[in-house]
Design a protein around this ligand. Structure first.
Ligand code: AHR
Length: 307
C-alpha cells in the first residue's frame, strides 16, 4: 500500500505547493554539513519548499521534529535517523496520517518496512569491508601482530554498527589483526581526539587507527602529534567519508586510506519526493555509489573536491 503525498486526486502538484519536512541528525561532522548544504540546495533548485530541523544528535529532538511535521500536514517527511532503533511509534503516526517517510543516509531497524517508502544511502557494511580489505592487503607480507584502535561513530547509529561489522568480518580472516580498543568518538573531531589521547596511553603499542569517519580521524591526528608520534607513519590511519579535510590529510600522508561515503543525496531525494507526491512507485532501497582513495588518488581528486 504505497502512501502518497496527496497529489493524485487533484492532478499533479506544482513543485511550489509541495512541502517537505527534513529532520537532520545534527552538524557533527564535515560530512553532515556537506549533506545539509546539498539537500537544501537541491530543494531550492527544484523550487520545493523545505522545512529543516537539526536534532543536535538527539533522537528525542528528531522525534519531536517529525511529530511537528505530521501536525503541520507536510506532503513528505525525510530524515536521517540518529540511531537505528526506537522509531516504530512515530513512523506509525506518520503512516496513520498518510504522510510518506523517506529515510536518507541511515537505516532504522523496524521490522515493518511499510513504515517508510524508500531508503536512500550508503551500504555501510560494504564501507567497513573496504577498510578491512585495505588493511589486510597493507600487512600481507607481515606476520607480526597488528594492534588496532577503533574509533566508533555514535553508539547505536547504523554507520557505527555496520562499519564495525564489515571491518570485523574481513580482518577475522587473520588473527594477527587485533582490535585492542574500541570506543565511541560520536563522529566528532573533538571526540576522536579525546578518545585517542586516552587510548594511546593504555595502548602504546598500537599500529593502526580505524576511525568510522574523517572527523574522528582528524582528531586522532592531533592526539598522535601531541604524543610526539607521526600520524600515517608511526600509526597508520584509515577513515571513512572523504570530505576535503580528510582528503587533504590523506594527500599529506597523515591518513593512509579513505573509504568514500557520499553526502550528496539531495538530487536523488528530490526525485524520490517528486515521484512519491505524484503517486508513482519508488525503489525501496537506493544505494549510493562510492569509491576509495589512496594518497595518490587523493592528490588527484582534491582540486575538484566540492566538499
Ligand atoms: O551517517 C553518515 C555518517 O554520519 C558520516 O560518515 C559521518 O561523518 C556522519 O556524521
Amino acid at each position: 500500500c504505497a502512501q502518497s503525498g496527496g497529489g493524485e486526486s487533484d492532478g499533479p502538484k506544482d513543485p511550489g505547493d509541495i512541502v517537505v519536512g527534513f529532520a537532520q541528525v545534527g552538524a557533527e561532522s564535515g560530512w553532515r554539513t556537506a549533506n545539509t548544504t546539498d539537500i537544501k540546495a537541491a530543494f531550492e533548485e527544484a523550487g520545493i519548499p523545505l522545512k529543516f530541523s537539526d536534532a543536535q544528535q538527539k533522537q528525542e529532538n528528531q522525534i519531536k521534529a517529525i511529530r511537528s511535521y505530521i501536525q503541520q500536514g507536510v506532503d513528505v517527511i525525510a530524515f536521517s535517523p540518529v540511531i537505528e532503533s526506537g522509531w516504530d511509534a512515530v513512523l506509525k503516526e506518520a503512516k496513520d496520517a498518510e504522510i510518506p517517510v523517506v529515510l536518507t543516509d541511515r537505516a532504522v531497524d523496524s521490522k515493518d518496512d511499510s513504515l517508510y517508502v524508500s531508503f536512500l544511502g550508503s551500504d555501510f557494511i560494504e564501507e567497513g569491508k573496504k577498510a578491512g580489505e585495505w588493511l589486510v592487503e597493507e600487512y600481507a607480507d607481515s606476520t607480526d601482530p597488528v594492534n588496532i584502535i577503533q574509533l566508533e561513530g555514535t553508539t547505536g547509529a547504523a554507520p557505527a554498527l555496520d562499519r564495525a561489522e564489515g571491518f570485523a568480518d574481513v580482518i577475522a580472516a587473520d588473527e594477527k589483526f587485533q582490535v585492542v580498543a574500541s570506543q565511541t568518538g560520536d563522529f566528532t573531531r573533538a571526540g576522536g581526539k579525546q578518545v585517542t589521547e586516552a587510548l594511546l596511553k593504555s595502548n602504546p603499542d598500537v599500529n593502526v587507527i580505524y576511525a568510522h569517519n574523517d572527523d574522528m580521524g582528524l582528531g586522532a591526528i592531533e592526539a598522535i602529534e601531541a604524543a610526539g608520534l607521526v600520524p600515517g607513519t608511526d600509526i597508520k590511519i584509515i577513515t571513512v567519508d572523504a570530505v576535503k579535510d580528510g582528503m587533504q590529510a590523506l594527500a599529506d600522508g597523515k591518513i593512509n586510506f579513505i573509504v568514500e561515503c557520499s553526502p550528496l543525496l539531495g538530487k536523488q531525494l528530490v526525485e524520490i519526493v517528486e515521484k512519491v507526491v505524484a503517486g508513482e512507485e519508488v525503489e525501496k532501497r537506493i544505494i549510493t555509489e562510492e569509491t576509495t582513495f589512496t594518497q595518490e588518488q587523493a592528490i588527484e581528486a582534491l582540486p575538484d573536491r566540492q566538499y
